[in-house]
Ligand binder design. Structure first.
Ligand code: MN
Ligand code: MN
Length: 302
């Protein structure tokens, strides 16, 4: 683990985190994965994890939406950022971080240990490691995919594990009782749309999407992979492939309120590219989104 790079401030959201080196029982763990090697349009998502940490002093510990306060939480652990390679071979660079994630979590049964992980990207390809771990742990996992893009390509620009293929790649590890729900998608190939229609994974309206989540058995484990380009670029322009016609913060809060009464076991937040938005507002927006997820995921561990 590369804790030397950790910039966790001692106030704001991260006042409530202790720095750690391993997965512990009854705890929520934050892991940064600073990789953006396959980003095709505008890079910079590698700066996402530390930008979210360093913006936290501007964010209150209390969420009025969820009526939850980080002051009441004691088992929040920041494991720092995974090592990544910096060679010409982007697949090898990605593999170093991905293997480090597996090594870090190999001895943990996240279910039995009641251990949770919130992974911060990085581009969307970094979600492969946490989602694979969660699919192996929970044979009835529901994967909620919020994104502007379908991410179902078999490969993209020569990268098998591309940010544009992440959902396709986790389907390689799919079991009979795993379930996928996709919402916010407004960009994809004809083939990707055909697949989502055939498999019934895509939800086309907010109400329809939220109803699908409400209907899920409260005991069934839910994992969220959140590509921040889900949000409209008017609110969050600091992302590699912005797509007009996106969602609002309030649509996300409506989801969070439902997740409060569900078995929400893990999440990743990806594709924040701080330097693309010179105002810095995108990072502040993302930090607030992450606070809500910390409050929801850490709640059982009070
Ligand atoms: Mn996307
Ligand atoms: Mn994506």
């Amino acid at each position: 683990m590369n804790n030397s790079k950790l910039t966790a401030p001692k106030d704001g959201v991260y006042e409530f985190f202790k720095q750690g080196h391993q997965i512990e029982e009854n705890s929520l763990h934050l892991i940064g994965f600073e990789f953006d090697g396959t980003a095709c349009f505008r890079k910079g998502a590698r700066l996402g994890p530390d930008s979210i940490r360093s913006n936290s002093p501007g964010i209150e510990s209390y969420s009025p939406y969820l009526d939850l306060d980080l002051e009441d939480y004691s088992n929040l652990i920041d494991l720092g950022n995974l090592p990544v390679g910096h060679t010409e071979d982007q697949t090898a660079n990605w593999r170093i971080g991905t293997d480090a994630f597996f090594k870090l979590t190999e001895k943990s049964n996240l279910n039995k240990d009641r251990a949770k992980i919130l992974t911060l990207g990085g581009e969307h390809s970094i979600s492969y490691a946490p989602i694979k771990k969660y699919l192996e742990t929970f044979d009835d996992l529901v994967l909620i995919h919020l994104d502007a893009h379908a991410d179902l390509r078999d490969s993209y620009e020569g990268h098998h594990y591309s940010h544009a293929s992440i959902i396709r790649r986790v389907l390689d590890h799919w079991g009979d009782n795993h379930h996928l729900i996709q919402y916010g998608i407004r960009s994809g190939t004809k083939e990707e749309y055909k697949w989502m229609e055939q498999e019934g994974t895509i939800r086309k309206s907010l109400d329809n999407f939220l109803d699908s989540i409400k209907e899920i058995d409260p005991m069934r484990p839910l994992y969220l992979t959140l590509d921040l380009d889900y949000f409209d670029p008017a609110y969050l322009p600091g992302t590699g492939t912005p797509e007009a016609g996106g969602e609002t913060f309030h649509s996300f809060i409506r989801l969070c309120k439902i997740l409060k009464s569900k078995n929400f076991v893990g999440a990743d937040v990806v594709e924040l590219a701080p330097e693309i938005d010179s105002t810095g507002n995108s990072s502040v927006f993302a930090t607030k989104v992450v606070r809500e997820l910390i409050l929801l995921l850490g709640r059982d561990n009070k």
